[in-house]
Write a protein that binds this ligand. Structure first.
Ligand SMILES: Cc1cc2nc3c(=O)[nH]c(=O)nc-3n(C[C@H](O)[C@H](O)[C@H](O)COP(=O)(O)OP(=O)(O)OC[C@H]3O[C@@H](n4cnc5c(N)ncnc54)[C@H](O)[C@@H]3O)c2cc1C
Length: 347
């Protein structure tokens, strides 16, 4: 039975950041990964404040800069207000346009330089807290027999599934029923490396234009506002009501033929961020409104904070864990206040 100081479960941004930070600090760490089929790779952004965090993880920032283009323009129209345009120059203040798979690739190759055992699993079957940490029972992809691994601390970085917290019976509070529907298609130069957010009758339209003549359209709405999945054609119709987007999406029939990908976009938070032998970070801890484009930065930041707090706990110092719990709750309260201002939503 492998015994490690820390087992990180989940290999998104939060999990990889935590695993890299721990491995760099000399702690024995294992990363539990689960293959997922996520459908369309929706272009997401990464706030520029992420750059110093990526540097702390040992990533070469020149390489990051060469890998990801920057968003050069953000347009937004909330409610009945006017369209606001924010052209984001100079470069250090502009968000990076991901390529999430490419970001994973950079993090994966950094982790590959370090000492970190990786486990490919079909499922985490059980989590059993003990006085020395936690025992995880895993069904590995490579073998039918279940295997146990022991971590003195376990980090739950499993995204919205919160697989570890769930097994420990920690509930998630759900603040709204926001859901998003995505289509992709060809786009002209009008909104290259740009995003547009606009309120429509029954929700919000979000457009992102990549640097490669492509774009993605997301329709966000409260689950209670719609019955069933909207068609691609109806999303195009909503988007074409926004003049700036209508100008960018060159071939409507191409967009209308796109498959529609559904993504849960609800704001949620675990009732407890940590407990004896475990803590949660990134989407496993809280999910924030995607239109605020801050989830990736939060995941990165919390991955690093989780690594620091976990390492201190291994040496018997609980103060950073307590500080982590306070800071993450405070940050989430700020997210809720921000969200209420934009959407006029109440929790
Ligand atoms: C529609 C949409 C658009 C968004 N756009 C943006 C944006 O533009 N900018 C931004 O900053 N944020 C955006 N976000 C938020 C952002 O995607 C997330 O906040 C961020 O990716 C969270 O990273 P994470 O590592 O915490 O979780 P995830 O990326 O969800 O990673 C979790 C990992 O855990 C793995 N896993 C799950 N269960 C298990 C298990 N049982 N065992 C092992 N592994 C497991 C999964 O396979 C996955 O690899 C968006 C979110 C949505 C829904």
């Amino acid at each position: 039975m492998p015994q490690l100081d820390v087992v990180v479960v989940g290999d998104g941004i939060a999990g990889r950041a935590a695993a890299i930070a721990l491995a760099r600090s000399g702690v024995s760490v294992g990363l539990v990964r689960q293959a997922t089929s996520s459908g369309v790779d929706i272009p997401e952004t990464l706030a520029p404040m992420a750059m110093p965090l990526l540097k702390r993880l040992g990533l070469d920032l020149d390489r990051v800069d060469q890998t990801f283009p920057r968003i050069v323009s953000r347009l937004s129209r909330w409610g009945r207000g006017r369209m606001q345009r924010n052209d984001m120059l100079p470069r250090p203040t502009a968000a990076l346009l991901l390529g999430k798979q490419r970001l994973y690739g950079l993090l994966r190759s950094k982790l590959g330089e370090l000492d970190c055992e990786e486990f490919d699993v079909e499922q985490v079957c059980d989590v059993r807290p003990t006085d020395k940490g936690a025992v995880l029972r895993l069904r590995l992809s490579s073998a039918p027999a279940e295997q146990e691994i022991v971590g003195r601390m376990v980090i739950d970085a499993t995204g919205r599934t919160s697989a570890i917290a769930h097994r420990l019976d920690v509930r998630r509070r759900i603040y709204d029923s926001l859901v998003s529907f995505w289509i992709v298609g060809k786009a002209g130069d009008a909104l290259r490396q740009a995003t547009v957010t606009a309120t429509v009758d029954d929700g919000w339209i979000f457009y992102v234009g990549t640097d490669a003549g492509q774009g993605a359209l997301g329709f966000f709405t409260a689950g209670s506002h719609i019955s069933g999945k909207p068609t691609a054609a109806s999303i195009v119709e909503r988007a074409c009501g926004v003049a700036e987007i209508a100008e960018a999406i060159t071939c409507c029939s191409d967009w209308a033929a796109s498959p529609v990908t559904t993504r849960n976009a609800a704001t949620t938070m675990l009732e407890r961020p940590c407990g004896p032998g475990w803590l949660a970070c990134g989407d496993a801890l809280q999910t924030v409104d995607p239109l605020a484009s801050s989830g990736n930065l939060i995941a990165l930041k919390q991955g690093l904070l989780a690594a620091e707090a976990t390492k201190a706990a291994l040496f018997g110092d609980q103060t950073l864990l307590n500080a982590y719990a306070v800071a993450t709750r405070q940050e989430f309260r700020e997210v809720l206040a921000h969200r209420s201002r934009y959407y006029g939503l109440r929790s």
